[in-house]
Design a protein around this ligand. Sequence first.
Ligand SMILES: *[C@@H]1O[C@H](CO)[C@@H](O)[C@H](O)[C@H]1NC(C)=O
Ligand SMILES: *[C@@H]1O[C@H](CO)[C@@H](O)[C@H](O)[C@H]1NC(C)=O
Length: 467
Amino acid sequence: MTTMGCTIKLLLLLGVTQLLNSMDSSSSTAAHRCFCQVTGHLDDCTCDVESIDAFNNMQLFPKLQKLLKSDYFRFYKANLNKPCPFWSDNSHCGLKDCAVKPCKPSEVPEGIKSNSYKYSKEASNDLLECEKAENLGAVDSSLSEETRQALLDWNRHDDEADRFCVVDDEESPDAQFVDLLLNPERFTGYKGPQAWQIWNSVYEENCFKPYTVKRPLNPMAAYREKDGRAFYRWLEGLCVEKRAFFRLVSGLHASINVHLSARYLLNDNWFEKKWGRNITEFQQRFDADMTKGEGPKRLRNLYFLYLIELRALSKVLPFFERRSFKLYTGQPAQDQRNKELLLELLHVAKSFPLHFDETSLFTGNKEEAAKLKEDFKLTFRNISRIMDCVGCFKCRLWGKLQTQGLGTALKILFSERQIEALPKSRSTLPSFQLTRQEIVALFNAFGRISTSIRELENFRSLLSKVH
Ligand SMILES: *[C@@H]1O[C@H](CO)[C@@H](O)[C@H](O)[C@H]1NC(C)=O
Ligand SMILES: *[C@@H]1O[C@H](CO)[C@@H](O)[C@H](O)[C@H]1NC(C)=O
């Protein structure tokens, strides 16, 4: 595994050196300026961009798209009305393209509505069943109620401790089902200082940055050469894990921007609204010249993020393979077909020969590693809270979903032992659980990254026609 996988140390160490070396980009064709460094070996590890492209675009992407259209995966429950905990939320954007249309209760399959409660409590219910059987005939049921509460609390605590994300309380009256197919992630017009503030607080205050480095307010804008170098210097001083963290965040940011460029609002008038690819927008975010060498690095970070999430999917297979696991919507035949499709997809994910090896993360001495993992978790949770500050509802929805998806991927990667123990632990409380909300977020978030990789191919060919 270690020899096959890319070792993260190499990936990161070489990555940073390469970043520094490649600051001075030579002018050349438009396609070259975005993609010149996005080719070949990914920071000299065994994974190369071309294998990822071929694997994703031909094998994984079509299956995943099909799965995400199913009822189980299209309905995501989120609370979009949580107040921003960090600064006073000024405008809730008036842009109509930002609006999210929640589902009417009648539009959500019965099975999903009732299940989101039942499912998350599945573990404790199993135990309660046993307990009930033992207590049959007992007169006093208050003890049982107490035990029940204790169990639920314990379960909740247990779950919380593993999480890399703050999750919305699905039972809150403010939480609503959203049909993701009807609310696609695309250009909304939400940009400028407000949007920058979000990314700035993510990068500046939540990426383990040891000191303040001057950056332009717009995080996607070009650095001045000097600042650019200074910016990457702080990364050099960090341990591999913290650099990995930065790359994940940067990859997520890049992915979102690929989508906004691919679903740009091209035509907006009284008779039609048309979304499509905008090459200029793409170039402004990823062209090496226009971003002082930043753009291609952002794209490489996108591939890094892809490898991490792909790895999580391949690891979580035993959880979904359990007989008792169902993609429950209340339509048994369809649920069964979808489960088969899901397993097929996970086997494809597992078959990828160049998996990333995460075992080199958190390998320092035990205490150090535990501390670091805790820091990682807290910081990531804080980022998920920042998503409640995103002014545009549609961006907030997708921001929440994608951070929750990445958080779930990290939770999986750091629960390897619990997942391996799953098939054996039948009677006791399984120590690894995913809620429906986490599952939906995990696959839809990966769907976004996978779509971004697919879109890059389109931009690559469009740009090859531009000079
Ligand atoms: C959480 O994020 C906020 C907003 O960026 C920041 O002010 C705060 O220091 C962060 N807290 C932690 C624990 O990282
Ligand atoms: C494409 O994006 C650029 C830069 O954001 C913008 O100025 C331009 O109007 C967009 N083109 C179209 C056709 O919308």
